[in-house]
Ligand binder design. Sequence first.
Ligand SMILES: Cc1cc2nc3c(=O)[nH]c(=O)nc-3n(C[C@H](O)[C@H](O)[C@H](O)COP(=O)(O)O)c2cc1C
Length: 177
Amino acid sequence: MKETINVFDYEQTILKALPQGILLNTKEEKFNSMVIGWGALGIAWNLPVFSVLVRENRYTKARLDRTGEFTVSIPINGPSGKIVKVCGSLSGRRVDKVAEAGLTLEEPRTNGVPGVAEYPLTLECKILYSQWLDPAGLPEELRAAMYPQDVSGSDPGVNRDPHTAYIAQVVDAYIIK
Ligand SMILES: Cc1cc2nc3c(=O)[nH]c(=O)nc-3n(C[C@H](O)[C@H](O)[C@H](O)COP(=O)(O)O)c2cc1C
C-alpha cells in the first residue's frame, strides 16, 4: 500500500538521510539502485523538483540518459548497512543488487521505476534537465578533493569522473506501508 504525501513535509527527513546515503533507482531490462549522498529538494519552473549528481562511470548514468526517469528511495528509520554497502560500492554492470542486497521492489504508480520497501519514503521523478558540470569551474581545493585524477577510472568506488546534474520533477510521492 502507498500513502500519498506532500513531499515538502518530508524535507528534513530527506536532508538528514542523505549523508548516510539514499537510493537512486533506475529500470531498463533490469532494475538497479545506487547510493547517493548528494541531492536537493526544491522548486524550479514552478514544479517540485529533486536534483541528483551522478558521475560519468556509474552504471546508473547512461540509464538515466536513456530512460529520462528515476525513483528515489529514502529510509525513515535509519539506513541499512547492507543496502548501503551493496548499492554504494558494487556496480549493477556486474551484480544483481536486488538479490545481493535483498531489496523488496514496489511497483511504481506514475513513472516506470519501482521503489524499495526497505527505504519506504518514495519520490517518483521525471528528468526535466541535465547538465554536465565542468570541474574546472570549481575552486581548486574542492576540485582536487572531489575529482582526484591519480586513480583508475573503472572501479565503482572511484571518484575521478565529473558529475552530471539531473533536475527532475517529482511526479509522485508516497510512503510504502
Ligand atoms: C554514502 C554514499 C554516497 C554516494 N553518493 C554518490 C553520489 O551522490 N553520486 C555518485 O555518482 N555516486 C555516489 N556514490 C557512489 C555510488 O553509489 C557507487 O559508485 C555505486 O556503486 C554506483 O552504482 P552503479 O554503478 O550500479 O550505478 C555514493 C556512495 C556512498 C556509499
